[in-house]
Design a protein around this ligand. Structure first.
Ligand SMILES: [Zn+2]
Length: 213
């Protein structure tokens, strides 16, 4: 986790505000959280991001209770369950971005049509089974679809990503929405040619050493 603890609410608000210009949402749909100690800060439910101040940001603990005057996002469960299941996760972001939602409505995994799919940890971006928003069933489905991965689609709903910190979570969300748009565009022209398991393995191996001096 690279975010300094003292200004986590301010960094969380900045990340939430960055979602709209990045094309990830147009209103209060979507939510973002960042791990802090034994719990996490999460955007509150139903408040426009441009009016938020640090005291509006609830701090939740892993038992699902929260501190602060505002109620946490109705989607807090899959944030909580990802932090509980995945020690390496430092920030979680969920959005109803247009291309991710469009593909999520087909309830299909995104296949390896582009090598950047490997950045999310596997050969596909899985689509989690449908369950109603905010429910324990949705959280269970989301955590399953995220196993070994850093992003997934939620059926008839949106996208979900998990990064080491807020900056990485935002970058992954932008990248996933971009991949969804590219896949959608390629499908307009025909059936995309998919990379093979060997080709994807080679990409993952190259990513593992990428950026190391
Ligand atoms: Zn949602």
């Amino acid at each position: 986790m690279t975010d300094p603890i003292e200004d986590l609410p301010a960094r969380l608000i900045a990340t939430a505000r960055a979602m709209q210009p990045a094309g990830l949402n147009r209103s209060t749909a979507g939510n973002v959280s960042v791990r802090s100690g034994d719990g996490f800060y999460i955007t509150p439910t139903g408040m426009p991001y441009d009016t938020l101040c640090a005291t509006d940001i609830p701090l939740m603990v892993l038992d699902g209770t929260h501190a602060g005057p505002r109620k946490p996002s109705s989607e807090w469960r899959f944030h909580r369950d990802l932090y509980a299941a995945r020690p390496e996760v430092g920030a979680v972001l969920h959005a109803h971005s247009p291309f991710a939602v469009s593909l999520a409505c087909l309830r299909r995994d995104i296949p390896p049509f582009h090598y950047m799919i490997a950045r999310f940890g596997g050969d596909t971006i899985r689509c989690a089974e449908y369950a109603i928003f905010g429910s324990p069933a949705l959280s269970t489905a989301a955590v399953a679809a995220m196993e070994g991965r850093r992003g997934c689609l939620l059926a008839n709903h949106g996208l979900l990503v998990a990064g080491r910190d807020l900056a990485e979570a935002l970058a992954l969300a932008i990248e996933l929405e971009e991949l969804c748009e590219q896949y959608w565009r390629a499908c307009q022209l025909g059936q995309p040619i998919l990379l093979t398991p060997d080709e994807m393995r080679a990409v993952r191996e190259k990513f593992a050493g990428y950026g190391q001096q």
